[in-house]
Ligand binder design. Structure first.
Ligand code: EPZ
Length: 448
C-alpha cells in the first residue's frame, strides 16, 4: 500500500519551470499525426477506479501533466497507481487511508473534484478542496455539491473545503440540473453507481467522454445507461469490480491539429481521430471552405485553399455537445483570422474565455471584443511573429497555431499550461515539418 502523505491546510504552489515555445512560422504542415487518448476522459476514469478495491487498467492514457497530477493525488490518498508503460496506468484502491483531497491537487487541476462522488459513495465521507475558478471563468461546483446532497449526503463548506458525509449508502433519486454540466453529470453518475436504488440524471451532458466513462463503468459491473439523449439512469450496486479500458481518442486535440493544417495552408492527416465526434467542427470547416475529409478514424485536412481562394468568414457559437466545443473556440478563432470577411464568435459556455484574444492581437489579428461572450474577427489578416503569454491550456495551443501561421519568429511564454493537456505537442508539430522548440525561459537551451 502506498505511503499516504499527511495533509495540511496551507499551500505553497510548487515552483513552475518557466518554459517558452520558440516558433518560426510560415511553414505549411504536411504529413500524418497520431491523435492521443482523451484528457477529459482519462482523468474521470482514474477517479472512477476508486469505486472499487480491485485493480483497474487503462490503456491509451495521454502522457500529460494533468494525468500525472491525478495519479499523484490518488497516491496521496493511499491508492496504488502503477505506470507500467507509456500510456498505460493501473489503479488499485484497496485501502484508501486519507479521504482528503488537498488544495494542492485542486489548485493544479480542477478534475481532482471528480473524486467527490466516488469517495463519498464508497467510503461515506471525504474532505475535498474547492477547486475555485481559473482563467476561463468562475467555475463554481455548486451543481456537484447539490447533486450529492440530493443523493442524501450532508455537505458543509469551511475554510475552502467541502466536508461531505453519507453514513450508510447514498440513496438513488432524480437529479435535475438547471443546465448541462459535464463534470457535474459525471460526478453524480459515479456517486449513483454505489447508491441504494435508481437515479435519473437530467439534463445529462452528452459529451463523448461521458459515454466513454459509461462504457468503463459497465465493465466494472455498474448498471448505468443513457436512456435518452439528455438522460442517464443508474441502478446502484453494493460493489463494483476491476476492469480494463482503452481510453477514447481526444477530439479536442484532433480539432487543434486539424486547424493547424488549415491555418498553415498545409496537408495533414490525423490518424486515430474520432471522426464521428467532430461534426460541429467539420460543419465550421465546410462553411469556411476548409477541405476536410473523414474516413474511419482518419481525417485529411487540405488547407491549400488558404493560399488560393482563401477561407470564408463565418459565425461560431459554442455549446454543450453536440454543439461546437468551447475547448475548440480559441483554435477556431485563429482559423477565422485567416478568413475573408467578418466573423462573429459567441462563447456561450464560459464567461472569461475571450480574454486570450488580446494576445492574438499582438500578432496583428484584428479583433473587437464586445463583452465577456462576444467578439468580432476581421480577416483575412496576415499574422506576424511576436512575444505572447499563455493564460490557459487551449489558449496556449491556439497561440502556437497562430505562431505557426505567422511570418517570422514568435516566443510563446507559459509552455507549462500546454503540457497539461497535449501529449508531445512540439514533437508532433516537428514531425509535420514545423519549426518549433520548447526552451527554458531566458535561455536558448532545450529543457532536460
Ligand atoms: C469540462 O469542464 C471540461 N473539463 C472542460 O475542458 C470543458 O471546457 C467543459 O467541460 C465544457 O465542455 C474536464 O472535463 C476536465 P461544465 P466542466 O461543468 O465539467 C458552469 C479543457 O480545456 N457550472 O460543463 O468543469 C460552469 O462555470 C477544459 O480541457 C456551474 O455554474 O464544465 C460553466 O459556465 C476546460 N456550476 C458551465 O456550467 C457547476 O457546479 C459548463 O461547465 C458546474 C458548472
Amino acid at each position: 500500500m502506498a505511503d499516504a502523505r499527511p495533509f495540511h491546510w496551507e499551500y505553497t504552489p510548487d515552483p513552475v519551470t518557466r518554459e517558452v515555445f520558440r516558433i518560426e512560422g510560415g511553414v505549411p504542415l504536411t504529413g500524418e499525426v497520431p491523435i492521443s487518448g482523451s484528457k477529459n476522459a482519462a482523468l474521470k476514469m482514474l477517479a472512477a477506479a476508486t469505486l472499487t478495491g480491485e485493480r483497474c487498467r487503462f490503456t491509451n492514457v495521454p502522457e500529460i501533466e494533468d494525468v500525472r497530477v491525478m495519479a499523484e493525488t490518488l497516491r496521496d490518498l493511499g491508492v496504488v497507481v502503477d505506470h507500467p508503460a507509456d500510456n498505460v496506468y493501473e489503479v488499485a484502491s484497496g485501502d484508501v487511508e486519507w479521504l482528503f483531497v488537498p488544495l494542492e491537487a485542486a489548485a493544479k487541476m480542477r478534475a481532482s473534484f471528480m473524486l467527490l462522488g466516488p469517495l463519498l459513495s464508497r467510503f461515506g465521507r471525504v474532505i475535498i478542496s474547492n477547486p475555485g475558478g481559473d482563467r476561463i471563468g468562475r467555475r463554481p461546483v455548486d451543481l456537484h455539491v447539490e447533486a450529492m446532497r440530493t443523493l442524501g449526503a450532508t455537505i458543509e463548506y469551511r475554510n475552502g473545503y467541502y466536508f461531505a458525509t453519507a453514513p450508510g449508502r447514498l440513496r438513488g433519486t432524480e437529479i435535475r440540473f438547471p443546465f448541462v454540466s459535464v463534470m457535474g453529470t459525471e460526478n453524480a453518475m459515479l456517486a449513483a453507481t454505489l447508491a441504494d436504488g435508481h437515479t435519473v440524471i437530467r439534463p445529462a451532458a452528452r459529451e463523448p467522454e461521458v459515454d466513454d466513462l459509461i462504457v468503463f463503468l459497465r465493465k466494472m459491473g455498474a448498471e448505468v445507461s443513457r436512456t435518452y439523449p439528455d438522460t442517464i439512469e443508474v441502478v446502484g450496486k453494493r460493489r463494483l469490480r476491476g476492469a480494463e479500458h482503452h481510453v477514447v481518442a481526444d477530439r479536442i486535440e484532433a480539432g487543434t491539429f486539424a486547424i493547424a493544417g488549415a491555418v498553415t495552408g498545409g496537408q495533414v492527416t490525423l490518424t486515430g481521430a474520432p471522426c464521428d465526434q467532430m461534426t460541429a467542427l467539420l460543419d465550421v470547416f465546410a462553411r469556411a471552405g476548409v477541405d476536410a475529409t473523414c474516413e474511419g478514424d482518419r481525417i485529411q485536412i487540405d488547407g491549400r485553399a488558404l493560399g488560393d481562394r482563401g477561407f470564408r468568414a463565418c459565425d461560431i457559437e459554442t455549446a454543450p455537445y453536440p454543439g461546437l466545443a468551447t475547448d475548440l473556440q480559441s483554435p477556431t478563432s485563429v482559423l477565422l483570422t485567416q478568413a475573408e470577411g467578418t466573423s462573429h464568435v459567441h462563447e456561450a459556455v464560459f464567461e472569461d474565455r475571450l480574454e486570450w484574444l488580446s494576445e492574438l492581437r499582438r500578432m496583428g489579428a484584428r479583433i473587437d471584443i464586445a463583452d465577456n461572450h462576444h467578439a468580432t474577427i476581421h480577416g483575412r489578416t496576415p499574422l506576424r511573429g511576436a512575444d505572447a503569454e499563455i493564460g490557459d491550456l487551449r489558449a496556449g495551443a491556439s497561440l502556437i497555431l497562430a505562431a505557426l501561421a505567422a511570418d517570422g519568429e514568435s516566443t510563446i511564454h507559459g509552455a507549462h499550461h500546454v503540457q497539461r493537456g497535449y501529449e508531445n505537442i512540439e514533437r508532433k508539430f516537428t514531425d509535420l515539418g514545423a519549426r518549433i522548440a520548447r526552451l527554458e525561459e531566458g535561455t536558448d537551451s532545450t529543457p532536460s
